[in-house]
Ligand binder design. Structure first.
Ligand SMILES: [Fe+2]
Ligand SMILES: [Fe+2]
Length: 243
């Protein structure tokens, strides 16, 4: 792990072959615990950043990406759904990487991004792959899971890494970059407290679709990256949502 910004504690750690987790811990004054924001950089012929982080965090994330590759090499700026921590600095990234394209689901492109973004998006259909070189990412639509009609995730097939956004969100500022211990318990406690999941009745079926892709790494936006039997953990989350 390398710290790329001492003041914020922003750091970079390779969590799978060619996939870098850019982590910024956020200690909240007066509140317990804090929170963390992770972005994921896939280094390849066509490098991809999955979620931008909040707009105000752009200088930190840019600095971290620049520690791995020249930012102008980025070709895709991807994200799960439309929210500040997912795509708040999308236009800053499009300016910093002139050959990059927003990458999201068709609904996000149609409803928001082709209006908000300074360049047209590549809107992916459910199951559509995108080759980055050695890595291939595949888009899965997951409407309203955990929130947002346009929500979806990318699975990187070479490393079997599911870029799972807000699924398994763990509270707190400090986490190990990678863990094999339980993340479902903490994320379920946080879901109960914050109610950030929609109450879609399709949750279990959507999680089953992700489980069928058989990930071994779950790259969470908030908290540690998890290694293990991803299908089993996704199904356990489906069970918890069905209770
Ligand atoms: Fe979100
Ligand atoms: Fe998030």
């Amino acid at each position: 792990m390398i710290v790329t910004n001492k003041q914020s504690g922003t750091n970079v750690h390779e969590v799978a072959d060619g996939i870098y987790r850019i982590n910024t811990p956020v200690v909240m004054e007066g509140g317990p615990g804090g929170f963390s924001f992770n972005q994921f950089l896939i280094v390849d012929d066509a490098p991809l950043l999955f979620h931008t982080g909040p707009r105000k965090m752009f200088p930190l994330v840019r600095e971290a990406v620049a520690s791995v590759l020249p930012v102008e090499r980025l070709r895709f700026i991807g994200f799960s759904h439309v929210e500040a921590d997912e795509c708040g600095s999308l236009n800053e990234w499009l300016a910093a990487a002139p050959q990059s394209t927003p990458l999201c689901g068709k609904i996000a492109a149609l409803v928001s991004i082709d209006d908000i973004a300074n360049r047209p998006a590549r809107g992916l259909a459910d199951g559509e792959p995108v080759s980055l070189g050695k890595h291939t990412v595949r888009w899965f639509d997951t409407p309203h899971l955990p929130h947002g009609w346009e929500c979806g995730f990318l699975m990187e097939e070479q490393t079997r890494t599911l870029l799972c956004g807000d699924l398994f969100t763990q509270p707190g500022a400090e986490h190990p970059a990678i863990t094999e211990s339980d993340i479902l318990g903490p994320s379920e406690a946080f879901r109960q407290a914050m109610d950030y999941y929609s109450h879609t009745s399709n949750g279990r079926a959507l999680l089953e679709k992700l489980a069928a892709a058989d990930p071994t790494t779950l790259a969470c936006m908030h908290g540690s990256t998890w290694k293990g039997d991803g299908a089993k953990l996704l199904r356990a989350l489906g069970d918890a949502l069905s209770k």
